[in-house]
Design a protein around this ligand. Structure first.
Ligand SMILES: C=C(OP(=O)(O)O)C(=O)O
Ligand SMILES: [Mg+2]
Length: 545
């Protein structure tokens, strides 16, 4: 018996036999060089096609989000840039085919990781595709979730979207991962499925002979056992239906909207019933570009995301580049402390022309879309910065300007900032990182980046209060908004819209509809008064029981 603690990211308690998700294959060797490089290179494309075909086949058996994830991953396997780069490494540098795929894919994954945020999450997908193609070349079973013969607790290093897209929820009792944090795919998926999950359980993969486990998604405790443990599913509230209207039980509106980064994301958000877009991360349009994309290129990329939301609100965020999201064409130089450097709106102070061209493209994309388009800036620290940005947005002919609140100084000046803009949206991913001085990407600091930390909630309360006083919208668009229990707390703190990954939309919508606003306000008070994240969760659950 071994007891370990991680970060509980999806509530409930379950136990049962453990199914281990296979780790990626070991790094393929760079030697020996192929005797016939041309023949070895010729194996890569068919292997990638076989991987894509299998993923497309799995996609035919599921619907909605799962289908989109599998199709996106399959399309990544077929990316000609990846296969041709790998082929060139075999023919030009005499690398064995598996090593060439490894190197080529890693190049793409590194570029995505460097871009940070949403793009960094896509790096995991590229690594997933890489490992599938390498397994195909070796003729071995690909890593990932095994076929489950009985209800099981899944134990993994971390989970990629394609690992889990077609999971049968009736066979998964709980998820436990050694890596990952509160904003990981595992967390979002578990909440969407309504099963307990604990992430960042350091050392769990090193425990020998694990046969069963008891998982507590509230306290973050995981008890492993060498003996079989009988399957016991978490008590799941009857699958809640959501009518697609974001409001509390007493009809107080709280918009349930989506975070998107591409046309495919936008279509998935529509399918999930999102009432609009609360965060369109435009970085994707610039990614890997050695030159700034032309206004027309930007317009067309933005239009693809905005158009599915005719008649609905769409908040487009201007470029969030710099520091951990370096963009080659901006040539910002090396910074000693990147997370605290020239990033987000700060880039625009040096290069207002880049912002102006982006606003021109957004205005053009909005013009014939029928959507209610607003624009917001990332990484705003002061009211002067907010006012500077709003003036430029209005000069571009766009009606509504807002800013993200993700720097503690901005949270402390929320009232003044709201005076200068039409709305604010709280980026809990960065706000937590800056409040706790804890890198959001560092698994070892996942506990500090837990959005249930009362210190973070107290700052959000200040922003909510300012919004109510000035009667202006306050959104949350960090991943914290995808936690259905926390969603009610945010509503109680004065938040008027919640924006999240499409998969979380129905569960959050249903959770808001369960209680009147007064109950959420009481829950929020209880959370604010708690000393720790675990006690805050417990207190909220008690109030809403
Ligand atoms: C939504 C946010 O922005 P991003 O994750 O893109 O930095 C955030 O910081 O919470
Ligand atoms: Mg951010």
């Amino acid at each position: 018996m071994s007891r370990l603690t991680g970060v509980g990211v999806s509530s409930g308690r379950a136990s049962g036999p453990v199914a281990r998700v296979a780790d990626p294959l070991p790094e393929p060797s760079a030697t020996p060089a192929p005797t016939d490089p041309a023949a070895d290179a010729a194996r890569i494309r068919p292997a990638a096609e076989a991987v894509a075909e299998r993923l497309f086949e799995r996609a035919t058996r599921v619907e909605g989000d799962a289908k989109a994830v599998l199709e996106t991953t399959a399309a990544m396997a077929l990316d000609p840039a990846l296969t041709s780069q790998a082929e060139q490494l075999v023919t030009g540098r005499s690398m064995p085919a598996p090593r060439a795929v490894f190197e080529a894919a890693n190049g793409f994954a590194e570029a995505l990781s460097a871009a940070g945020g949403y793009m960094a999450e896509r790096a995991r997908d590229v690594q997933d595709v890489r490992d599938r193609i390498i397994a195909e070349l070796h003729g071995v079973t690909p890593p990932g979730v095994p076929e489950l013969a009985q209800p099981s607790v899944l134990l993994a290093r971390d989970l990629a979207p394609a690992d889990t897209a077609d999971l049968d929820p009736s066979l998964v009792l709980a998820l436990v991962t050694e890596e990952g944090g509160p904003t990981s795919h595992t967390a979002i998926l578990a909440r969407a499925l309504g099963i307990p999950a604990v992430v960042a359980v350091r050392g769990v993969l090193g425990v020998p002979g694990v046969a069963g486990a008891i998982v507590d998604g509230d306290s973050g405790e995981v008890e492993t056992s060498e003996e079989a443990v009988p399957a016991q599913a978490a008590e799941r509230a009857a699958a809640k239906e959501w009518n697609g209207v974001g409001e509390t039980a007493d009809g107080k509106p709280v918009k349930v909207i989506a975070n998107v980064g591409s046309g495919a994301d936008a279509r998935a958000a529509v399918a999930a019933g999102a009432q609009g877009v609360g965060l369109f991360r435009t970085e994707f349009c610039y990614l890997g570009a050695s030159e700034e994309p032309a206004v027309e290129t930007q317009r067309s990329a933005y239009h693809e995301v905005i158009a599915p939301f005719a008649g609905k609100p769409v908040i487009v965020r201007t470029l969030d580049a710099g520091a951990d999201k370096p963009l080659a064409f901006l040539d910002m130089g090396v910074e000693p402390n990147p997370a605290l450097g020239v990033r987000g709106l700060r880039v625009a102070f040096d290069r207002p022309d880049v912002l102006e061209r982006q606003l021109e493209a957004i205005a053009a994309a909005a013009a014939d879309s029928g959507a209610e388009v607003s624009v917001m800036a990332p990484m705003v620290a002061t009211v002067d910065e907010a006012a500077w940005f709003a003036a430029r947005v209005r000069a571009a002919g766009l009606a509504r300007a807002g800013v993200m609140i993700e720097i503690p100084a901005a949270a402390l000046s929320a009232a003044e900032i709201l005076g200068a803009v039409d709305f604010v949206s709280i980026g809990t991913n960065d706000l937590a990182q800056y409040v706790f001085a804890a890198d959001r990407q560092a698994g070892a600091l996942a506990e500090l980046n837990d959005p249930w930390q009362p210190a973070l909630l107290r700052l959000i309360a200040m922003i909510g209060r300012a919004g109510r006083e000035l009667d202006k919208p306050v959104g949350v668009c960090g991943e914290a908004a995808s936690d259905p229990l926390l969603a009610g707390v945010f509503a109680g703190l004065g938040v008027t819209s919640l924006s999240m990954a499409a998969a979380a939309v129905p569960a959050v919508g249903a959770a808001l509809a369960e209680h009147p606003l007064a109950a959420f306000e009481q829950a929020a008070e209880a959370a604010l008064a708690a000393a720790t994240p675990a006690r805050a969760r417990e207190a909220v659950r008690t109030v809403l029981a």
